[in-house]
Design a binder for this molecule. Structure first.
Ligand SMILES: *[C@@H]1O[C@H](CO)[C@@H](O)[C@H](O)[C@H]1NC(C)=O
Ligand SMILES: *[C@@H]1O[C@H](CO)[C@@H](O)[C@H](O)[C@H]1NC(C)=O
Ligand SMILES: *[C@@H]1O[C@H](CO)[C@@H](O)[C@H](O)[C@H]1NC(C)=O
Ligand SMILES: *[C@@H]1O[C@H](CO)[C@@H](O)[C@H](O)[C@H]1NC(C)=O
Ligand SMILES: *[C@@H]1O[C@H](CO)[C@@H](O)[C@H](O)[C@H]1NC(C)=O
Length: 386
């Protein structure tokens, strides 16, 4: 049983503690000292999926891996599902352990269904030159528990873009949400409908039923050096998660060609201020807002009846749609970069983020006399589609 378990599921290894032994003793007894592939007093933290006690000469650990396994003490064998090459940041010192790699029976990452990789890149890091382009690997990039068998291109570290993959992958956060009920917010891969190419995106799977794709994201890092970029390629949403960016209207237009969405969600919040959190209504009034912010029309959509307030919305802006500028969304002057001014009650409550200016407003207005909340780290302006 154990043997079977080791052979099939385990990847990597290893192991064990030797607290009573001096280094020399341990090296000698465990045969670890002169072994090219063992690392004294090191371990891989957080990737042990199985551990068991083993005694002298018992075959199970040896089978899986190392031939040098002759300690007379009772040992604990810990099996890891990642290598130190794949997760160098988790390779840490620990005085009771040896880390051993490259046992003869070690299973390469992604080679069996039980041991899927998160990406081709990870396989390349883990297996080095043994990772072969075109080989099929088990990949579970969404950590959903549903691995797929896919070809990796080790040069670009990407998946081969095949019809087969496009078939297996979901086309949107909304579709991914439908596949399982306990999904977490985080990064997922989606296949674009038009040509099947894959895109890593950030999905919010928890707010208002989930299925939201993050398309613009500005987060305050250091309040004294505010910045973000305008991106004219929708593929940049792959970096939304950790980079402050706003898509241009042309990028949104292109995105909507590849991905059908029917709702937008606007969410901004200041730690020292309020939260504005609106989704567009699921009807023709909401659709007009989607069209405006996807560049399909230049007509500013009517505010009233076009949105729904989320539970945590405590904005004053959302209270009275009749006070919005011209009773519509957006603004006319700034044309293409529509996410800088999404909506505002003139002189009072604005969604406005201007690069190189001090006017980063979320339901406030940065002019003397008006209500304004100072910026702090973590304040954000986000746009999602669903
Ligand atoms: C690897 O093992 C760790 C620790 O048990 C676990 O949290 C993680 O989900 C496992 N990863 C995979 C891909 O099985
Ligand atoms: C999600 O599931 C619901 C209910 O089964 C269905 O009506 C809807 O079309 C599905 N949405 C997607 C994007 O697959
Ligand atoms: C698919 O579209 C993307 C972006 O529009 C483009 O970069 C990529 O080359 C296209 N792939 C194919 C196979 O046409
Ligand atoms: C953001 O994520 C991308 C891809 O995951 C990575 O290449 C990049 O280094 C990250 N940038 C930062 C600032 O963390
Ligand atoms: C659209 O939905 C909103 C919010 O539910 C509602 O207030 C509005 O009257 C609806 N408009 C139309 C045209 O149905």
């Amino acid at each position: 049983m154990l043997l079977m378990a080791c052979r099939q599921a385990s990847f990597f290894i290893v192991l064990f503690f030797i607290s009573q032994l001096s280094r020399d003793d341990a090296s000698q007894q465990c045969g670890a000292g002169g072994d090219l592939y063992s690392f004294y007093q090191m371990m891989l933290k957080g990737h042990t999926y199985k551990s068991f006690k083993t005694a002298t000469g018992t075959p199970e650990c040896r089978e899986v891996k190392v031939t040098t396994w002759l300690c007379s003490l009772q040992l604990i064998c810990e099996l890891n599902n990642r290598t130190k090459e794949a997760r160098p940041e988790d390779f840490v010192t620990n005085k009771d352990r040896y880390y051993m790699s490259k046992g003869p029976k070690r299973v390469p990452l992604g080679s069996i269904r039980e041991l899927p990789a998160e990406s081709c890149n990870e396989i390349k890091a883990s297996e080095g030159g043994k990772a072969v382009s075109g080989n099929n690997y088990w990949i579970d990039s969404t950590r959903s528990g549903n691995s797929i068998l896919a070809g990796c291109d080790m040069k670009t570290e990407g998946l081969y873009k095949t019809w087969f993959l496009a078939f297996w992958y979901r086309h949107s956060c909304k579709e991914i949400r439908n596949t399982s009920s306990h999904l977490k917010d985080g990064e997922y891969w989606i296949a674009l409908k038009k040509n099947g190419s894959l895109l890593k995106v950030y999905c919010d799977m928890t707010t208002d039923g989930g299925g939201w794709l993050l398309v613009s994201n500005v987060v305050v890092g250091n309040p004294s050096s505010l910045q973000y970029s305008f991106e004219s390629s929708y593929r940049e949403i792959s970096n939304c998660h950790n980079k402050s960016l706003l898509l241009t209207i042309d990028a949104m237009k292109e995105l909507r060609r590849h991905l059908s969405f029917t709702q937008l969600r606007f969410h901004c919040s200041k730690n020292k201020g309020r939260t504005l959190h609106l989704t567009t209504a699921a009807n023709s009034s909401g659709e007009a807002v989607v069209q405006y912010f996807s560049g399909q029309t230049d007509a500013n959509p009517k505010a009233c009846g076009s949105f729904v307030r989320m539970k945590d919305d405590n904005s004053k802006l959302a209270v009275d749609c009749n006070q919005w500028w011209n009773k519509v969304w957006g603004y006319s002057y700034f044309g293409k970069n529509r996410y800088r001014i999404v909506a505002y009650v003139p002189g009072k409550y604005h969604w406005r983020i201007f690069k190189g200016s001090s006017r980063w407003e979320c339901d406030d207005f940065h002019i003397n006399g008006a209500e304004y909340f100072d910026l702090s780290t973590g304040d954000f302006w986000r746009v999602f589609v669903r």
